[in-house]
Design a protein around this ligand. Structure first.
Ligand SMILES: [Zn+2]
Length: 67
């Protein structure tokens, strides 16, 4: 089963679930129940020094501390 990573825009909670593509718009945060979640694309492994790429993932030790 393909899984998708999401992050809640409300509480910053990150979670992984498996859901059909047509159902991704209905994904809600399991922590706070809000539907304001954004999908995280983990297919980015390119690290060419430069910046301004399409990678929006934190490298290591991000600032987001979702309790
Ligand atoms: Zn949340």
């Amino acid at each position: 089963m393909p899984t998708y990573d999401f992050r809640c825009s409300e509480c910053g909670h990150k979670f992984t679930i498996f859901v059909a593509i047509s159902e991704k718009d209905k994904v809600k945060c399991p922590a706070c129940g809000q539907g304001k979640v954004e999908q995280l694309f983990t297919g980015c492994s390119v690290r060419t020094g430069g910046g301004g790429g399409g990678c929006d993932l934190p490298a290591t030790g991000g600032g987001f501390g979702g309790g």
